[in-house]
Design a protein around this ligand. Structure first.
Ligand code: CP
Length: 371
């Protein structure tokens, strides 16, 4: 980006790319993607239509529940002129054992972009995405089919890039720059279910690139995957920010500019699920019993008073009354909707940068029209 103009070369370098996790994109690629997302947001707000991909099929498969991401996928596809289709993964032949690679080949025959949510079992989501991509790429290569069929990770076990990028867009709108901002990503108590690790992992893997002073807080027994922690440590050092891990939620809130308290599952038992799929219900009950030992990990008014008048964030859905006090959530309800709304523009940017030749020129011309 130069000023509010997109760099045509940097954006063109994203043609054909699939974002499976944010660390795969170097700074120039990420900057181009964020610039495109912010351009789409500005144009949409001004009522400018951007149907750059008419008559194309945007096919998404969800192996877990979703409200926001499904709607953002459909909203992004519609704004680009694509036809969105969203399928429940348990209704596909994957449930009968068809492989990800074969599924990719079959879906890639017809689709022009694929979104996948596969976040429940550690290691499996990211493997599924990779194999699916191989299936599509092999099919397109073997049949000399010139279509670009990018894969969008709509949440796997490691990363939730459409969420972390939506969060970053929201933070840039609020603060301009996250450099030097104290941002706390904290575990919070949930009685509802053992939530995936990919939201906090996605946040620390992304925000550590931009010089933020990041704190990760959780009780003993709730570490994130080493892969994500290593990325956060390395990037924080390189970006001039900092990355601290603590088991003290109060200390993590002290002086924070942004707090992002949400639950995730205890790591040992998340791994146990990988080995014992026949005992998922029993493992889940033990995970919730362990969560219940930490009911005091709540984002309430007392803790918010420790912060530097912090912005409260959450990917949603939140367990209201457990992860966060009703009054805190109520104060930030509109901001939370704004945060969630950014995802539609992130997905538009992922689809359009991968598929639309001359995208930067088209967006720059449309942005000129706003002046
Ligand atoms: N935050 C998020 O990904 O929401 P959904 O699970 O509703 O898609």
């Amino acid at each position: 980006m130069t000023g509010d103009r997109l760099d045509p070369q940097a954006v063109a370098a994203l043609l054909g790319r699939s974002l499976l996790k944010t660390p795969d994109y170097d700074d120039a690629a990420l900057d181009a993607l964020i610039g495109a997302a912010e351009a789409f947001a500005r144009l949409d707000k001004a009522g400018v239509k951007t149907p750059f991909l008419p008559h194309e099929l945007a096919y998404a498969v969800f192996f877990d529940n979703s409200t926001r991401t499904k709607s953002a996928w459909a909203g992004a596809a519609a704004r680009l002129g694509m036809q969105p289709v969203i399928v429940d993964g348990s209704s596909t032949q994957v449930a009968h054992g068809e492989t990800a690679e074969e599924t990719g080949a079959m879906l890639g025959m017809n689709a022009h972009a694929m979104g996948i949510r596969h976040d429940l079992i550690l290691g499996e989501g990211r493997a599924f995405l990779k194999d699916l991509k191989k299936g599509i790429d092999d099919y397109l290569g073997a049949t000399e089919d010139p279509r670009q069929v990018p894969i969008v990770n709509l949440q796997c076990d490691l990363d939730h890039p459409t969420q972390s990028l939506a969060d970053l867009l929201f933070l840039r709108e609020k603060f301009g720059d996250v450099r030097g901002k104290k941002i706390t990503v904290s575990w919070a108590y949930s009685p509802s279910y053992a939530k995936p690790l990919s939201v906090p992992q996605g946040l620390i893997m992304l925000l550590s690139r931009f010089g933020a002073d990041l704190t990760l807080a959780h009780p003993e027994g709730y570490p994130l995957l080493d892969e994500a922690l290593d990325v956060a440590r390395t990037q924080s050092a390189a970006s001039g920010g900092s990355f601290t891990v603590t088991h003290d939620m109060d200390a993590a809130f002290q002086g924070a500019h942004v707090v992002y308290p949400k639950s995730w599952g205890p790591l040992d038992m998340m791994w146990e699920r990988v080995q014992h799929k026949d005992k998922l219900a029993q493992i889940e009950a033990r995970m919730l019993a362990q969560n219940a030992q930490h009911k005091d990990w709540i984002c309430d008014e007392r803790r918010m008073a420790l912060t530097a008048d912090a912005q409260y964030m959450h990917c949603l859905p939140a367990d209201i009354g457990d992860e966060v006090a009703h009054s805190v959530l109520d104060r930030f309800r509109v901001d939370l909707a704004r945060e969630a709304n950014k995802k539609v523009y992130v997905i538009m940017a992922m689809l359009a940068t991968a598929k639309v030749p001359g995208l930067a020129e088209k967006l720059n011309k449309a942005l000129e029209g706003l002046k």
